[in-house]
Every structure is written in C-alpha cells, then in structure tokens.
Design a protein around this ligand. Structure first.
Ligand code: NAD
Length: 263
C-alpha cells in the first residue's frame, strides 16, 4: 500500500480506552500514513491509560477530556482542538455505552432511563460531534462511526445496543445527506466481534466468535487492524465518492443467510 495517504491531514479520534480499542487500531493506521491526531479521554482512571499509550506510541499527539454525554465537554473539546488547528479532515467516532445489566437481562425489561442513556451516548453523540466538527472541515472531510450487525438483525443479548446502533446507522445517513453538499462524507463500519473492553460486557461472545471462525466466508474472526485499514480508506481520498454507507468488515459473515452447519 502506498504510504502517506493522510500526509498533511488532521483528525480527531474519539474512543480509545486501551491498546485493544478499535479506535486505537484506526489511529495506528492513520499515523503510519502521516496524519496528525487529536484524541479524547474520559476522566481518571481512563485518562491515565490513554496518556500512557500516547506517550509510548504517539508522543506528539494531543488529548483532551470529552465525555460525549455532556454538551459542555463536547464544546470545550473542540475549543481545545481549535487552539491547535482551524481545520480538521476527519473524525473517528468509536464509542458506545449501555448498562451491563441491559446486555444480560431480557430486552423487554430495559428501563426507560437506560434505554435513553444507551441511545444518547451511542447514537446522539454522533450528531453532536458532527455539528462541532463540520464547521472545521472547510476543505471537506470524513466522519466514520462503528456499528454492528445487531443493528439490523437480532443478536441475542445485544439488546438495547442493537437499537442504539440502528439509530446510529440512520443518523449517519441523515448526516451524509445534510453534510454532503459541503463535501463532508459520513459512513459506518460494521465490524465483526472483537475482544475489546466494550465487547466484554456482552454475554455469549465466545460462541459467536466460534460460529464466525467456522462459518464466515473467510473462516476467521477479524482483528482491529482489519477495521483500521477500512477506516484508513474511508478517511482518505480513496473513498472520495463514498458516503451514507455501512461497510462490513466482518470476514463476510453478514453475507450468509444461514450459518455453515456441521456435516
Ligand atoms: N468490539 C466489538 O465486537 C465491536 C463490534 C462492532 C462495533 N463495535 C463498536 O466499536 C466502537 C468501539 O468499541 P471497542 O470495541 O473498541 O471498545 P472500547 O471499550 O475499546 O471502546 C469503547 C469506547 O467508548 C468510550 N465511551 C463510553 N462512554 C463514553 C462517553 N460517555 N463519552 C466518551 N466516550 C465514551 C470508552 O471510553 C471507550 O473508549 C463502539 O461503538 C462499539 O459498539 C465494537
């Protein structure tokens, strides 16, 4: 692959918790291609982890606090970004949240408050972030968010997160429509299951991983670098004509109508 696809470009990466985060794999791919990166973190103990990771691998990167459930933190995050640059080229929105109980109990029992919380952090935040980012994308830009098959089909235990991801995917399409005339593209990556902190809250992931290994067209699970490479494509000029799409990075699992059955 040619190096330097993102030379001279600056991007915001939201959602690094640790080295296993999908957002981190995106950041690594972008760093290799010459991008300047600005990260967010949540308050301690998460801040320390992110700062440690950056100090060892990306010492020049900047990082500021941004809890996306708080409008004032989104505003102050972008104020901090503007202290360093007037223009950004891309945003990776790679974050989600639901109460752990709601990923174990029956979906029908989801309390109103928890339903609202999951949709607020996991879906509405894309809209709020896009609103702040778009004015800084004076030369066009690319916004990428992370979703999962549980948005469109039932994945047992994914529950309210599936509903939040459906709202996220739809929000991405509406944003693509509104921001397209300004040259800003908005796309989703639908990633196969990955062993990250967020995924550890969902029961039954181990059996899903086995099903994919045995039954996805590529006969393997993906790793976060598979997602990082697709994100690189989407934020680069290679994807200049792509917006409003959900791209599957799932070893082809979503193409199957039924799982491969044992002989
Ligand atoms: N791991 C998987 O199997 C998988 C599959 C498909 C999609 N995804 C999606 O990918 C994205 C990244 O998840 P991941 O798997 O890398 O796990 P992760 O735990 O590494 O990342 C989730 C991030 O969300 C952040 N976050 C949670 N609440 C927040 C808030 N209020 N404000 C700001 N940030 C907040 C966390 O700090 C963390 O950095 C999520 O949207 C997830 O739903 C994950």
């Amino acid at each position: 692959m040619p190096k330097g696809l993102l030379e001279g470009k600056t991007g915001v990466i939201l959602g690094v918790a640790n080295a296993r985060s999908i957002a981190w794999a995106c950041a690594k791919a972008f760093q290799e291609h010459g991008a300047t990166l600005i990260f967010n973190y949540l308050p301690e103990p998460l801040e320390k982890r992110v700062r440690k990771l950056l100090a060892s691998d990306m010492p020049d990167a900047l990082a500021y606090q941004c809890d996306v459930s708080k409008d004032e933190e989104i505003t102050s995050f972008f104020e901090n970004v503007r202290k360093h640059t007037d223009k950004i080229d891309f945003v990776i929105h790679s974050l989600a949240y639901a109460e752990r109980d709601d990923l174990n109990n029956p979906f029908i029992q989801t309390p109103r408050k928890n339903f609202a919380l999951a949709l607020d952090i996991s879906a509405y935040s894309l809209v709020a972030i896009a609103r702040e980012a778009e004015p800084m994308m004076s030369e066009g830009g690319s916004i990428v968010t992370m979703t999962y098959l549980g948005a469109e089909r039932v994945v047992p235990n994914y529950n309210v997160m599936g509903v939040a991801k459906a709202a996220l995917e739809s929000s991405a399409r509406y944003l693509a429509h509104e921001l397209g005339p300004k040259g800003v593209r908005v796309n989703c990556i639908s990633a196969g299951p990955l062993k990250t902190l967020a995924a550890s809250a969902i029961s039954g992931m181990r059996s899903i991983n086995k099903l994919i290994e045995e039954g996805a067209p590529l006969r393997r699970n993906i790793d976060t670098s598979d997602v990082g490479k697709t994100a690189l494509y989407l934020v680069s000029d290679l994807a200049s004509g792509v917006t409003g799409q959900t791209i599957y990075v799932d070893a082809g699992y979503s193409a199957m109508g039924v799982p491969v059955l044992p002989e």
